[in-house]
Design a protein around this ligand. Structure first.
Ligand code: ADP
Ligand code: TRP
Length: 345
């Protein structure tokens, strides 16, 4: 195996267009590191295509979505010319499915049933539309992480529990069978590594008690990376705030306004304190909304220009080389597991 670098890994489901929550929560932390410290780490940004239909999708759109997402990765700044950076499609590496089955047999039903995201998503569906895949997708996600010995997994706040599960199952098998897996770093330590004090959860603009999600059918409260800038501006200007008498940063009482303050901080590159100093206590919400709208428009305009010029053939070539290398890495870990559980001599 030779010298190994610590691995940073994340994936974003290709079930719809990506939005600024996905970008800020998962994509940007990884890409920033790839740009700043790409020599010191192995960086895996993959498309979890098998995760795409844990909830029903239009399967005729899936291929398009997969490539659209890959183009977003590149336009967001992922340096494909760095040999430490890898892009790949999960289903092209059979070890993901194979390890998932083995891990399934060491996972408790109760453990999966307690996952907050499962509880949230399953209450929205009738009993026979809740797939077994939705139920055990954290196991597939654990396989995604453990097959590459990833230490750091940048995800939004909603996925932290699943990363904790990956740690649990890795530790469980290591205890039973010896050091099979690299246990990912504790979520707290990961936040520190990515320079944050907590996981990020951008809120839906219409209902700021919910997270912004691409699974949201109406798309009204979601800023997609491909939204026309003037459409995005309108979504920000009509964001739900509250009927309190001024701007305050407190998600319990003013989630809408707090969300806008965070968006401004993240998209303008200003510090949180600096933004608060300008807006906290102000009586009118209009100027804050206008500033956020300007920041979103500037961000999208620049991003979409880069998206236009992404070269599809470069992606195709990189997929082929990455998938070959990743298949080898994943199979190494898988065969160690197969031997440990007695499937191989
Ligand atoms: P969605 O819920 O929009 O379908 P995914 O579940 O595919 O998105 O999430 C892809 C990544 O983006 C995950 O790491 C997830 O935690 C992150 N993410 C999703 N929504 C948000 C959000 N509103 N704020 C921050 N991060 C988010
Ligand atoms: N489950 C994640 C989501 O729905 C996507 C994902 C799949 C992922 N496998 C992963 C994220 C491995 C990080 C690491 O958002």
């Amino acid at each position: 195996m030779g010298m190994t670098k610590p691995v940073i890994l994340t994936g974003l489901r290709a079930n719809n267009d990506l939005h600024i929550g996905n970008y800020l929560g998962a994509l940007l932390p990884l890409i920033d590191l790839a740009k700043a410290k790409g020599e010191d780490y192995q960086i895996n940004l993959f498309v979890p295509d098998l995760h795409s239909f844990t909830t029903p999708i239009d399967h005729g759109q899936l291929q398009r979505n997969i490539y659209d997402n890959l183009r977003v990765y590149v336009a967001a700044g992922l340096p494909l010319d760095n040999p430490n950076v890898h892009i790949y499609r999960q289903s092209f590496i059979p070890a993901h499915s194979e390890l998932t089955w083995i891990l399934d047999c060491f996972t408790g039903m109760g453990e999966m049933a307690r996952m907050t995201q499962y509880k949230d998503k399953s209450t929205k569906l009738s009993e026979d539309r809740i797939s077994v895949g939705l139920f055990n997708y954290p196991v597939l996600m654990a396989a995604d992480i453990l097959l590459y010995r990833a230490s750091y997994v940048p995800v939004g706040d909603d996925q932290s529990q699943h990363v904790e599960f990956a740690r649990d199952i890795a530790t469980r098998l290591n205890n039973q069978f010896g050091e099979l897996f690299t246990v990912p770093k504790p979520v707290k330590e990961q936040h520190t590594f990515f320079g944050k004090d907590q996981g990020l959860r951008i809120r839906d603009l219409g209902d700021p008690t919910k997270k912004m999600s691409k699974s949201d059918e109406t798309g009204k409260g979601v800023i997609f990376m491909t939204d026309a800038p003037d459409v995005a501006r309108k979504k920000i200007m009509s964001a739900t705030t509250d009927s309190l008498s001024g701007i305050g940063y407190d998600y319990a009482t003013q989630p809408g306004v707090s969300n806008l303050l965070d968006l401004l901080t993240l998209l303008s590159g200003r510090t949180h304190d600096d933004v608060l100093q300008e807006y906290q206590g102000a009586a009118q919400y209009g100027p804050l909304k206008a500033a956020v709208a300007d920041a979103v428009v500037a961000f999208l305009t620049d991003f979409q220009q880069r998206l236009q010029s992404v070269d599809g053939s470069v992606i195709e070539a990189k997929l082929l080389t990455s998938e070959a290398t990743m298949r080898e890495q994943a199979e190494n870990v898988l065969s160690a597991v197969q031997s440990a559980v007695g499937l191989r001599p």
